[in-house]
Design a protein around this ligand. Structure first.
Ligand SMILES: NC(=O)c1ccc[n+]([C@@H]2O[C@H](COP(=O)([O-])OP(=O)(O)OC[C@H]3O[C@@H](n4cnc5c(N)ncnc54)[C@H](O)[C@@H]3O)[C@@H](O)[C@H]2O)c1
Length: 278
């Protein structure tokens, strides 16, 4: 018996990284899972996003868990196509119980040289994409009389680092959106919470572009070199954490035990949370 037997979950950005890990964790607890991912790169980013093969691979892993899967190429910035894709899943599955607004991109520069196009991509994906996901999921959950919605913020949504204005602003915005949405949906039996991860070992962090950005002192910096910088953001002596640690938070927030937790932010950031105000 899984904790989410008979339930249907949506994970955006589900092709790889934490989205894949969340989708698998929910499937292992019995949920059928829809994974949406845009599967193409953005010219404003210095690292690659997921490929269609990644989306297919995650879908196969979910099937291997014995669960149904809906794998769709969807850009969370495009509300009309996201809303239509959620509608197709609900028409087929008959319900939607869980939505994890996980799709996100990392980008930013010092404000005096910041690229307005990169700012727009980061805000549109991380903040507006999260709103679109909440907006598309909520009516189906209201109809079903229950639901669990999760926004993915960051330790950068609880504090700040220079040179990351767009990302920081987007992740502070996710927390504000989560708290407001929690109040909108409380009377419908729907909880809405945020998770604020520290550095997690996914392709968003484990890539050459990030290594070059955080170690400009080196000619060809590696991920190991980048860890020296990433470690400074944490308090515990672990520079990067595993995606499955965040998926355990997702499972908890979707569980019966968390039914009276809403509008909250769960920090899992190796102590970065110890530096932020209450
Ligand atoms: N890795 C970290 O250290 C870290 C820390 C805190 C928060 N986060 C957040 O966790 C979430 C997952 O990130 P990750 O680390 O797994 O990164 P990732 O790059 O491995 O995965 C993100 C996924 O989102 C997809 N995506 C990007 N833009 C999209 C769009 N417009 N529509 C649909 N899909 C889109 C990408 O293709 C990719 O598959 C993001 O919101 C990220 O900001 C990451």
């Amino acid at each position: 018996m899984g904790r989410f037997d008979g339930q249907v979950a949506l994970v955006t950005g589900g092709a790889r990284g934490m989205g894949r890990s969340h989708a698998l964790a929910l499937a292992r607890e019995g949920a059928d899972v829809a994974i949406f991912d845009q599967c193409h790169d953005l010219p404003t980013l210095d690292y690659p996003l997921a490929r269609e093969e990644d989306l297919k691979a995650t879908a196969d892993m979910i099937r291997d868990e014995g669960r149904r899967v809906w794998a769709k190429r969807v850009d969370v910035r495009d509300f009309a196509s996201l809303d239509a894709a959620v509608g197709e899943v609900v028409t087929d599955a008959g319900r939607l119980d869980i939505a994890v607004a996980n799709a996100g991109i990392s980008g930013g520069d010092p404000v005096q040289v910041a690229d307005p196009a990169r700012w727009a991509d980061v805000i549109d994906t991380n903040l507006t994409g999260t709103f679109h996901t909440f907006r598309a999921a909520a009516p189906h959950m209201i109809k079903g009389g229950r639901g669990r919605i999760i926004g993915i913020s960051s330790m950068m949504g609880r504090g700040a680092s220079g040179g990351m204005g767009a990302y920081v602003a987007s992740k502070w915005g996710v927390i504000g959106l989560v708290k407001s949405t929690a109040q909108d949906l409380a009377r419908f039996g729907i909880t809405v919470n945020a998770i604020a991860p520290g550095n997690i070992d996914t392709p968003m962090v484990h890539n050459e572009g990030l290594a070059r950005k955080v170690r400009p002192d080196l000619e060809s910096p590696t991920f190991e070199d980048a860890k020296a910088f990433l470690g400074l953001l944490h308090v515990q002596p672990d520079a990067v954490l595993e995606p499955e640690e965040i998926s355990a938070m997702v499972v908890f927030l979707c569980s019966h035990e968390a039914r009276h937790m809403t509008g909250a932010v769960l920090d899992l950031s190796a102590g970065a949370s110890a530096r932020v105000t209450a």
